[in-house]
Design a protein around this ligand. Structure first.
Ligand SMILES: [Zn+2]
Ligand SMILES: [Zn+2]
Length: 335
């Protein structure tokens, strides 16, 4: 496979500015890195938060994108896990220090000195990228790149959030029915649970989509579900959903916040938290999350609903995501 010396990339020069299509030199893999031809890269709400300046201190200029499906073209001299021609997936967690107290306790998602794909290092909104082999997952060569891409963040963070809801959950509420929710719903149904989908008020298209995937009920986030929830996962970046979800959740239930950023949480009465209800966040992923989820995905027969865009339309994909007009997941279909 010929490697061109230059590549097309969508570059963020400064938060708040649209991405710019630019021809730049191909990245060179370091000793432990692989060079990938990017086939597809998902567009995640976190990309939107970085582009909008909600998350501090991104690498600049930056290539966004942390749901990368590609083929290995070249490997650094110390790479042992991958070979040219391998199909791989690159997630959000791009590096950990291996030495901080979190890494040493197997909680590398909380590493004090992490590297994140498409945030503190360049990601996949480009024809080529490099990734550290240790944080890259093998994918089946037969997988469809645009359909596999959303598994690498929406799927993974959804799975980590899902793991946090605890045991004995029959009624699971999901707030915000986008990319992560549509995958997590399939995982919950596989485990025999009932899913209640909460959308932005009046978003009938998202409610219809949730019901088509097998949710037993779908409605506005301001409404009460027909049954008390045993647990809830909030994927929408809306702080007022925390008291809303607590009010809909039974005693002892967990409300898991899966997003990386949220608007301010309004104050609320202690009685909706009382009864040993728990509110918790989920941050990043561990490599073990990735391995577990990518092994589970074929058993669940997860089908991702994707809206593909060419690389140069990344700004349009981000705008539609911002406006809540993406059904399922937006994906850049690159090569
Ligand atoms: Zn660490
Ligand atoms: Zn993401």
């Amino acid at each position: 496979m010929a490697v061109h010396a230059k590549m097309q990339a969508m570059v963020l020069d400064s938060p708040g500015m649209p991405l710019c299509l630019r021809e730049i030199p191909l990245p060179v893999p370091g000793l432990n890195q692989i060079l990938l031809q990017v086939h597809a890269c998902g567009v995640c709400r976190t990309d939107l938060h970085i582009a909008d300046g909600d998350l501090p201190n991104p690498k600049l200029p930056l290539i966004l994108g942390h749901e990368i499906v590609g083929t290995v073209l070249a490997v650094g001299s110390q790479v042992t896990k991958f070979h040219p021609g391998d199909r791989v997936g690159v997630p959000w967690l791009g590096h950990t220090c291996g030495r901080c107290r979190y890494c040493l306790k197997g909680r590398e998602n909380l590493c004090d000195y992490p590297g994140f794909t498409g945030y503190t290092r360049d990601g996949g909104f480009a024809e080529y990228t490099v990734a550290d082999e240790k944080y890259t997952f093998p994918l089946p060569g037969s997988s469809s790149p645009i359909h596999a891409a959303p598994l690498l963040c929406a799927g993974l963070i959804g799975y980590r959030s899902y793991r946090m809801i605890g045991e004995d959950v029959e009624h699971l509420g999901i707030y915000g029915f986008g990319a992560a929710a549509h995958i997590t719903t399939q995982v919950a149904l596989y485990h025999g649970q009932k899913v209640y989908a909460f959308t932005a008020p009046g978003d009938l298209a998202a409610q219809k989509f949730a019901l088509s995937l097998g949710a037993v009920w779908a409605g506005d986030s301001t409404s009460q579900p027909p049954a008390l929830l045993d647990a809830a996962i909030i994927f929408a970046p809306v702080g007022s959903l925390i008291p809303a979800a607590l009010a809909a959740t039974a005693k002892g239930g967990v409300v898991v916040c899966g997003g990386i950023h949220m608007s301010l949480i309004p104050s609320f009465s202690y009685d909706i938290l009382w009864g040993e209800r728990v509110v918790r966040s989920v941050a990043n992923l561990t490599r073990q999350d990735g391995e577990e989820f990518l092994a589970l995905a074929p058993k669940v027969l997860i089908k991702t609903e994707v809206q593909p865009f060419p690389l140069e339309d990344a700004n349009r994909a981000l705008d539609l995501l911002r406006q809540g007009q993406i059904q399922g997941a937006a994906v850049l279909n690159i090569s």
